[in-house]
Design a protein around this ligand. Structure first.
Ligand SMILES: Nc1ncnc2c1ncn2[C@@H]1O[C@H](COP(=O)(O)OP(=O)(O)OP(=O)(O)O)[C@@H](O)[C@H]1O
Length: 263
């Protein structure tokens, strides 16, 4: 662990130096380091277009599982063609470290909007955003891809435009692997895991305007004042009621709700 703390920044510096000496891209800044990968903001030589460079972390280089996961993320990004997802621009390996470059998606994450900016989403806005997100998810599901990490830091809003990022946990249906927590509804390689996460995403939006009126913590159903149909939809997404049989069915139900109450 101590060795990793020293080795990682040295290797990082070496990677950056070598990469940007060899490649046409320009370094802007490092933007994050997760358990598997490290991401950098970069730009093309004209300086007009931003991109994201992501590499596998050095201490994961010997892990077959991590390498396979990185390879899957790269492959899935190369298959995506909707503007809501970052397209793969380049892939390669530098001194044995796999990396890829993808489109930079502009905007603020819903985590930033809610927690840093204090943005409040109405019930109508929350369901409209969820429906727009769901139509993108349905497209993924039609391709047999499950995102499996749909959370407020992984969804960006740039005005009306929504983008879903971080395909690090995404898998193709049937791509179950050892160690997957099959009991965890977020982690199953099945479309219901994205619907389940979308239910939580929707709750974050709905809670953005919530002011606790009593000390005792209650369930979301008790705390949030919502139309009965809204509660019914959330329960189906969270699978505490009969779950939806597909993302298209969920989308149709949410669109019906939007029409019924807000149009
Ligand atoms: N295509 C993209 N466009 C814009 N920002 C991105 C893009 N991909 C990632 N980011 C941002 O880069 C940072 C790091 O992204 P990364 O995908 O490595 O996620 P992470 O959650 O930090 O790590 P991990 O998922 O590996 O634990 C995050 O702040 C994320 O918002």
């Amino acid at each position: 662990m101590v060795l990793r703390r020293i080795a990682e920044p040295i290797n990082d510096l070496f990677f950056i130096r070598t990469f940007f000496k060899k490649e046409k891209w320009q370094f802007v800044r490092k933007i994050g380091s997760g358990s598997y990968g490290t991401a950098y903001l970069i730009q093309d030589p004209s300086g007009k277009q931003l991109y994201i460079l992501k590499r596998l972390n050095f201490h994961k280089l010997k892990s077959n599982q991590a390498r396979a996961g990185f390879q899957i993320e790269t492959q899935l990004l190369s298959e995506l063609s909707d503007v809501a997802f970052p397209a793969l621009v380049q892939k390669g390996s530098l001194n044995g470290t796999p990396y890829f470059i993808m489109e930079y998606k502009a905007g603020k994450t819903f985590e930033q909007l809610i927690f840093a900016e204090g943005k409040v989403f109405s019930e109508h806005e929350s369901f409209t955003i969820t429906a727009r997100l769901l139509s993108k998810l349905a497209g993924l599901h039609q391709m047999g891809i499950v995102h499996r990490d749909l959370r407020i830091p992984n969804v960006l809003a740039d005005g009306e435009r929504l983008s879903i990022i971080d395909f690090g946990l995404a898998r193709k249906l049937g791509q179950e692997e050892e160690g997957i927590e099959a009991d965890n509804p977020r982690k199953r390689v099945h479309f219901t895991s994205d619907l389940y996460s979308l239910g939580h995403f929707l709750l974050f939006l709905l809670y953005s305007g919530y002011q606790p009126s009593m000390k005792k913590e209650r369930t979301w159903e008790e705390e949030l004042e919502l139309f009965p149909d809204s509660k019914r939809i959330i329960k189906k997404l969270l699978m505490s009621d009969v779950p939806y049989s597909s993302s298209m069915e969920a989308l149709a139900d949410i669109n019906k709700q939007i029409k019924k109450y807000w149009e």
